[in-house]
Ligand binder design. Structure first.
Ligand code: GDP
Length: 612
């Protein structure tokens, strides 16, 4: 353990804790350098301590309180989180609102200020079943577009009106957008309309949409479309829906179902009314008097107008001139435009508006919040980016079978959500049943989506959105899905023997699954010269014979074919410069933890442990 130095400098922040350790107040996020200053030690000491805990950080890197606390404790302090004060407190509060689920934000509102707001609807269904046609048909008949010569324009969402009530439709049909938003922590949809073509019935994407909507817990309205076609067979559709687990009201279930034709307009009023009834049950409310919070549904960079974002206002009223934070960008709203291409000065809850004036285009799913002024907005964004970097450093990822039990024990997870892909329908059913029998009374595995076919990007997004794992049985993974899974840290497990699959899940649920690591040899180098450093320890001047040496690898010293030492790389240098990597054919200086003596002619074998 390193003893803290430079007491005088840090003394102002410290008190003596009961156990003799000195109390250190650490902010929510700070840089490595700032932590060093607080403790009165050099940042290098902090970096070393972080490395011992498996965190590679540079001097200006942001780390969060949890990470900083580990270092501080190791260095003999008792860490407590400092409460932000003054302006910093206001910044922290808005930053918190940006992160908090919207439901929490609305519940904190004064109930007497809450008023009903229009429902926000997403249309889903199989390709060619008429999602786009339905959105267009509703827009044409229920958006008073032509008034004032307005041309309807696509801004990602629009509001329809029926009998004096409004319904907001998101204009990006399909479950990909829905699940992608949810994976980013944004849920804007109150109701999903599931379109099923009367002549085609329940198809793979219909089932997929049902599973995605269920995982999100959003109510469903079924629209049986193309009812005008002579070959339309709504009864067959209802039958197939019940086989997929959606029981319509007419059959004793709780899902409303209407028959429509996007072509003739038949049933559209009925559909809108049904949506309003479902909305009424949900008691959707917002407080129009508070500062606005919204979510980005679409964004782009226009060559003539700069960054544009369509925002769905969720609570509060958004006004032209407001200073806003949107995800990791900010700005002052120069203009707001509605779906009719008209400039508006205000946007009430559940209305979509395109906003101009941001620094850069945000991403779909980003949260918008109104703040005091642009300066505050900039501070919040800076803070937000620092926090994200600090979190990324800790590599918090998706749920994996290895980390599952830890989360179960911590009470964070009660169920293992499984997305199952298999080669044929017979194995889908067999594997699903086998999985759902697993677990204990406290924790169970639940298959939230099961289908034949390859593992797709959509499966990965569903896994992110519902913190689940993907199990493939005799299934392949699409290259795009593999990349996305790596990026989002989604666990994809492939099996071709059913008992191995069930055994792994069972062990994971019971906390008995040890991660499997295998050694990967990354490079070999020859020791050509030996340098002394300090009283003890040597640096090996090496020539990399094959592969490439990475700073984070470990090395094994081979002398006359025998292993003569092993340890992590302590330093890797080229011409006195610390480097991250050295390729084949180059020379470098290497120091290895625990290896104090090298000889010319030694061979270093570099390796790292990777999860199998
Ligand atoms: P999406 O892929 O689900 O967005 O489907 P589209 O809206 O693009 O519709 C697919 C095809 O079905 C198009 O050729 C539409 O003209 C047609 N279509 C959509 N709705 C209806 C309908 O109610 N009746 C008939 N007869 N055709 C429809």
């Amino acid at each position: 353990m390193v003893t803290p130095k430079g007491e005088t400098q840090a003394a102002t922040q410290e008190q003596q804790a009961g156990n003799g350790a000195r109390v250190l107040e650490i902010p929510h996020v700070l840089t490595v350098k700032e932590l060093g200053e607080l403790m009165g030690v050099s940042p290098v000491e902090v970096i070393k301590e972080l490395m011992k805990n498996g965190v590679m950080a540079s001097i200006n890197q942001s780390i969060d309180f949890d990470t900083a606390a580990i270092v501080a404790t190791d260095m003999g302090f008792e860490a407590v989180e400092a409460k932000p004060q003054g302006e910093a407190a206001a910044v922290a509060e808005v930053a918190h609102e940006l992160e908090a689920p919207l439901r929490v934000v609305i519940e904190e509102d004064d109930p007497s200020k809450l008023v009903s707001r229009p429902p926000v609807v997403t249309i889903m269904g199989h390709v060619d079943h008429g999602k786009t046609s339905l959105l267009d048909a509703i827009r044409k008949t229920n958006v008073t577009a032509q008034e004032a010569g307005g041309i309807t324009q696509h801004i990602g969402a629009y509001q329809a009106e029926t009998h004096g009530h409004h319904v907001t439709f998101l204009d990006t049909p399909g479950h990909e957008a829905f699940t992608a938003m949810r994976a980013r922590g944004a849920q804007v949809t109150d109701i999903v309309v599931l379109v099923v073509a009367a002549d085609d019935g329940v198809m793979p994407q219909t089932k997929e949409a049902i599973d995605h909507v269920r995982a999100a817990g959003v109510p469903l309205v079924v629209a049986i479309n193309k009812i005008d076609l002579p070959q339309a067979n709504p009864d067959r559709v209802k039958q197939e829906l019940s086989e997929a687990g959606v029981i319509i009201e007419e059959w004793g279930g709780d899902t409303p179902c209407v028959q429509v034709s996007a072509k003739t307009g038949q049933g559209l009023d009925d559909l809108l009314e049904t949506i309003l009834v479902v909305a009424e049950v949900q008691e959707l409310k917002a407080n129009p008097e508070r500062t606005a919070i919204g979510t980005v549904v679409e964004a782009e960079l226009s060559s003539t107008r700069g960054p544009l974002a369509t925002v769905l206002v969720q609570t509060g009223t958004l006004r032209a001139g407001d200073a806003v934070v949107v995800g990791e960008t900010y700005g002052r709203i120069k203009a707001m435009i509605n779906e009719r291409g008209q400039r508006v000065r205000e946007a009430a809850p559940s209305s979509p508006v395109e906003i101009l004036g941001l620094q850069v285009p945000p991403a779909a799913g980003d949260r918008l919040a109104v703040v005091k002024d642009e300066k505050t907005a900039r501070e919040i964004v800076t803070q937000h980016i620092r926090e994200r970097e600090a979190l990324a450093l800790r590599e918090r990822g998706g749920l994996t079978l290895e980390t599952l039990f830890g989360e179960i024990s911590a009470g964070k997870v009660k169920e293992l959500n499984v997305i199952l892909k298999a080669d044929v329908q017979g194995s889908v059913e067999a594997v699903r049943q086998a999985i759902e029998r697993l677990g204990t009374n406290e924790v169970k595995a639940r298959v939230i989506h099961a289908q034949t076919g390859t593992v797709t990007e959509s499966d990965v997004m569903l896994a992110v959105a519902s913190r689940g794992v993907i199990i493939g049985f005799n299934a392949r993974v699409e290259p795009g899905a593999k990349r996305l899974a790596e990026q989002e840290r989604v666990d994809i497990r492939l099996y071709n023997i059913i008992y191995q699959l069930t055994e792994d899940i069972e062990k994971a649920l019971r906390g008995m699954l040890a991660p499997v690591y295998k050694e990967v040899v990354t490079a070999h180098a020859e020791v050509r010269q030996v340098f002394k450093v300090g009283r003890r320890g040597q640096i090996a001047g090496c020539y990399v014979r094959d592969g490439s040496v990475t700073r984070t690898d470990s090395a094994r010293l081979l002398r006359d074919g025998q292993i003569a030492g092993e340890g992590k790389i302590d330093s890797l240098r080229r011409f006195q410069e610390d480097v991250r990597e050295v390729q084949t054919g180059y020379e470098c200086g290497i120091k290895i933890e625990g290896v104090e003596e090298f000889q010319e002619g030694d061979v270093l074998e570099f390796f790292r442990m990777e999860q199998a």
